[in-house]
Design a protein around this ligand. Sequence first.
Ligand SMILES: O=C(O)CCC(=O)C(=O)O
Length: 386
Amino acid sequence: MHHSQLLFSTKLAVLYGLGKLPWLHPWLPHELTGSLPVGWNFEMFWRAFATGGTRIYDDLYCEMERPASYLPQAQVEPELQLGEQQIESFFTNGYLGPFDLLDEDEVEGMRAHLVDDLIRSESPWTYELHSGRGFADWLLNRDPAEIARTSKKVVEGYGRTINRHLDDPPLLELFSRPEITRRCAQLLGPDILLVRSNFFEVAPHSPGTSFHQASTWLFDDMRDSTAKPANPNALWQLTCWIALTDANEDNGCLVMLPGSHDRMYPLVIERRTHGVDSRSPYKQGSIDFPFDRARREAIPVKAGQFLLFTERVIHGSLPNRTDRSRWAVNCRYARTDTRLFSERTLREGVVSTYGAYKNVSMHKWRAVLVHGTDRFGYNKLEDEES
Ligand SMILES: O=C(O)CCC(=O)C(=O)O
């Protein structure tokens, strides 16, 4: 092992050990407690430690548990019912669909509303770029100057595209449609919160979205999870991805790696020299997954159709070789027994050295109950006062 890797492993062992001693934290300097990987589980520590930091999980390590049966988890009207084979296929592959949702006029209206109006309008979500080296940069061996440059582009659109269902009733209505929520209920269970949404453009003649997977998102600065599900190994989250333009193999349809949701895979991090590797951790091949042996499933869909998938399945999109943008909107649902965002994050905002932004305003964030009842009360709901 190279000496820089040895140094990494030694430092990580100290930080991980201190993270497991919460009673000590009030006596430690603030900068140190802010760098402890408090949310990591042992597999995350061990993989990073044993490889000298060349394999790092950027999300909580978990393995997908299959349900005891493939019977639907909720009773719904017959036309929206999933068969046992469909449910088994979802748990085998990690995704299901496409399903019809919007007709031609509706989808064009929604695309025009989102792309021509909403994205250009004032957003309630503000944020600032974060520069400087944080815990995530140390873990991923990133060059802060390079990250600041590339992240500027990424986060410029962030505020205008994230969670707009909380200030745009048509978008909220879209994500509350029974065609989506009833199907989610059969996979997740009847009690469901809408917790996040986003728009996705694959611009003309640009590469598609790089392959990625996510689970509980240690996304602030890779120290602790944003979401705390009752059982991280079970299915607790679903993504609904709605095509706003036709999406095909020419213009950037989604690509799934069936079965890759069986567990989280670490990122491959270059750490051999004194220099830094400024590759984006999202570049294809930077996940330690046997891509060359894996089946890739490109999934062409018509505008107005949607796919359901777990964020844990490795997915991305093909390049757009056409002259028109490919647009989609997605949202994420979670079971009501999931805790999302700490009180402190909601109050003080997100600082993400991983994404290189800070002071993301979160005080307006709410979960929205879109199916069933919330018997837990873990999260602020849309109709509650702040
Ligand atoms: O639309 C895309 O290109 C990527 C979508 C995606 O990654 C997601 O919905 O999680």
